[in-house]
Write a protein that binds this ligand. Structure first.
Ligand code: SAM
Length: 258
C-alpha cells in the first residue's frame, strides 16, 4: 500500500514527518544503516576537503550530523545547517554544541565570537526551505546534502537553488539512496529496505507509516546516472558519482565553474 502523499501535500507531509521523527532520528539512522551513515558523511567531507576558512552549507541538515565534520575541517570558517523541520535541528543542538566545544579546545587558532560576527569554526542552524534558500548568490564554497533530494517537491529546482548559492569554483556533494544493480543484492536490498526497515523502526518506537514512506520515496527517486544529468541541467559541471554500501547509496559530486 502506498503511503506517498500527493505532490501538493508532499512538503507539509515531509515537514511533519521529520518533526515527529526528530527525537529518535539519530538512533534509528545508526541502526538502519548499521552505523555506515557516519562513514559516508566522513567520506563526503574528506572528498570536498573544505578550506580552513571556508563557508559551508548543509541543505536539509536534519539533526546536523554534517556540521561537526565540516567545522573540524574549517577551524576559521562557518558551517550553516538549513532545514524546514525545526524539531530536527533542536534535537541536534546538544550534539553540535558538544562537538563545537571539542573543536574549540583542539583548534589552535579559534577565536571567540564578538558582536554579531560568527566565531571561527562555528556551526549554526537556520530554518528555511531548500527550494528558496535564504542566502545571496554565491555565498558558499562547499555545499553538502544528505538524503534530502528524494523528499523535496522539485529536485531540479532544488539543484538550481544549490548552484545559485555556491560560488564559482565551489563544490557540492550529495548523498542519496540508490538501488543495487546486481540481482541478488537488489533482492536483498528490497527485502531489507522495503519490508524490514518499517518493522525495525516500529520496534525502536518509530512511526511505521513514516518508515514505510522512506523506502517508497526511494523507489520513485531517479537512479544515479539520471541524477547526474539533472545536476548538469542545473548548471553543475564535472558531475560524477560513486556507489557506496554495496550500491544502496550514491555519492554525487559537482562543481560550479562560472
Ligand atoms: C532523511 S533526513 C536527512 C537529514 C540529514 N541530512 C542526514 O543526513 O541525516 C531529510 C531532511 O531533509 C529535510 N527537508 C526535506 N525537504 C526539505 C526542504 N524542502 N527544505 C528544507 N529541509 C528539507 C527534512 O526536514 C529532514 O530533516
Amino acid at each position: 500500500m502506498s503511503v506517498l502523499p500527493p505532490p501538493a501535500e508532499k512538503a507539509s507531509y515531509v515537514q511533519r514527518m521529520f518533526s515527529e521523527l526528530a527525537p529518535g532520528y539519530d538512533r534509528l539512522n545508526r541502526v538502519m544503516t548499521f552505523g555506515m551513515d557516519e562513514g559516508w558523511r566522513d567520506l563526503v567531507v574528506e572528498t570536498i576537503a573544505p578550506l580552513a576558512n571556508g563557508r559551508a552549507l548543509d541543505v536539509g541538515t536534519g539533526t546536523g550530523d554534517f556540521l561537526p565534520l565540516l567545522t573540524a575541517w574549517m577551524p576559521d570558517g562557518i558551517a550553516v545547517g538549513l532545514d524546514f523541520a525545526l524539531p530536527m535541528m533542536q534535537a541536534g543542538l546538544p550534539k553540535v554544541a558538544a562537538a563545537q566545544a571539542r573543536n574549540q579546545i583542539t583548534a589552535p587558532n579559534v577565536q571567540v565570537a564578538s558582536g554579531t560576527a560568527p566565531a571561527a569554526g562555528t556551526a549554526v542552524f537556520v530554518g528555511g526551505n531548500a527550494l528558496q534558500l535564504p542566502f545571496p548568490d554565491q555565498t558558499f564554497d562547499v555545499l553538502t546534502t544528505g538524503f534530502v533530494l528524494r523528499n523535496v517537491t522539485d529536485i531540479a529546482a532544488t539543484l538550481r537553488e544549490m548552484w545559485r548559492v555556491t560560488r564559482p569554483g565551489g563544490v557540492m556533494a550529495c548523498l542519496e539512496v540508490a538501488r543495487p544493480e546486481q540481482p541478488l543484492l537488489r533482492a536483498g536490498h528490497w527485502l531489507y529496505f522495503q519490508q524490514l526497515v518499517p518493522i525495525i523502526a516500529g520496534a525502536f518506537g518509530g512511526d511505521r507509516q513514516f518508515y514505510t514512506y522512506l523506502p517508497q520515496s526511494a523507489r520513485h527517486f531517479p537512479p544515479p546516472p539520471e541524477l547526474a544529468k539533472l545536476m548538469q541541467a542545473a548548471g553543475w559541471e564535472f558531475t560524477h558519482y560513486r556507489l557506496l554500501g554495496l550500491g544502496a547509496v550514491a555519492l554525487h559530486l559537482g562543481v560550479r565553474l562560472a
